[in-house]
Design a binder for this molecule. Structure first.
Ligand code: SF4
Length: 328
């Protein structure tokens, strides 16, 4: 028995894990989850949350176990219970409706999303039409478009749409972006718009947030040296999906999203290795907790002789304040 076990351990293949850093939770996600936890402590169970507070099932289920109830719309929230709005932001109509019903609400919109809302409002007040670059149907895009009257904001998803879009007045135009886009794709879209509308105003840098930018840069740094790359994240998480694309664009075609270790397809990982030393890149989207990274590395250790090399491209020290109503 001991002999068999020894043979099994001996036969494990080597696997080098290149761990991208920064990865995982950003300051906006950390703040949003803490807001729900504090709201439960302060107001008791249950606390309602409109939409997934962040796009991660593990985080959502954890908060449900603590006393959160997730709903799609405000009309599912009883009059006598508090409600938290998700990190992605909400259209203006949502807090307005909560106010009309006298609901106690806490807004967990990431401050970097709120900043885009204010920019869009400022342009609108100056008489400019706003082109929002983003993905149709994403909650952040719905929230940002919902800051302005429908006719004041136009959505552009890609270069083809940028080349085709009609605007009411090219001299009174501005753009804003979703915070979790591909940095490279967005540069191309903005360039296409600028070629057509040179007077278009916009932020000095795109509105893509520091966390999205840093996680993409870390993947770019390791992709070429990886035989395969796994992004831990949810399929509805925009920043996680972009990390898969970035890995493929920067030299690691074999890249995919995995929600957690239990979903890992080990046959996929084994297929098509091209070198003696196997190298697996791992990163995590901004809504995926580090625990899920640890879980995947532990699952790799069960199957391989693992060594881990962390590749850090920058340090992050961003922390956002909690809303005043939750600070003692
Ligand atoms: S990904 Fe960026 S914008 Fe979204 S919550 Fe995190 S820091 Fe805020």
């Amino acid at each position: 028995m001991l002999h068999d076990r020894f043979l099994m351990i001996e036969s494990k293949k080597p696997l080098t894990i290149l761990l991208a850093s920064p990865r995982g939770f950003c300051a906006g996600v950390a703040r949003a989850t803490e807001i729900v936890e504090r709201a439960i402590e302060r107001y008791g169970r249950p606390v309602y949350v409109r939409h997934e507070i962040v796009h991660n099932r593990f985080v959502v289920e954890n908060l449900e176990a603590k006393g959160a109830i997730f709903v799609d719309e405000l009309d599912e929230v009883p009059d006598d219970r508090p409600v938290v709005f998700s990190a992605h932001g909400v259209p203006k109509a949502v807090p307005a409706e909560a106010g009309r019903r006298n609901l106690l609400y806490v807004d967990a919109t990431c401050p970097l999303v709120s900043k885009v809302h204010r920019e869009a409002e400022r342009h609108h007040e100056s008489g400019r039409t706003v082109i929002l670059i983003g993905h149709a149907g994403h909650p952040e895009v719905i929230g940002t478009m919902g800051q302005l009257p429908t006719s004041a904001v136009l959505l552009v998803e890609d270069v083809a749409q940028a080349e085709a879009i009609d605007v009411p007045d090219p001299l009174n135009l501005a753009y804003a972006t979703q915070t979790t886009l591909s940095v490279d794709d967005t540069i191309e879209i903005v360039a296409a718009l600028r070629r057509r509308f040179p007077a278009m105003q916009g932020p000095k840098m795109e509105d893509i947030c520091y966390a999205t930018t840093n996680r993409q840069a870390a993947v770019k740094a390791i992709a070429e040296n990886c035989d395969a790359l796994v992004v831990i994240g949810a399929p509805n998480s925009s920043n996680s999906m972009r990390l898969v694309e970035v890995a493929a664009n920067y030299g690691c075609a074999k890249s995919r999203l995995v929600q957690r270790a239990a979903d890992m397809d080990w046959g996929w990982l084994e297929s098509g290795w091209t070198r003696g030393t196997r190298r697996l890149g791992i990163t995590a989207g901004a809504s995926a907790p580090e625990l899920l990274v640890d879980e995947l590395i532990a699952a790799c250790r069960e199957r391989y002789d693992v060594s881990v090399e962390e590749v850090r491209t920058t340090e992050e020290g961003v922390v956002f304040k909690l809303p005043r109503q939750l600070v003692a």
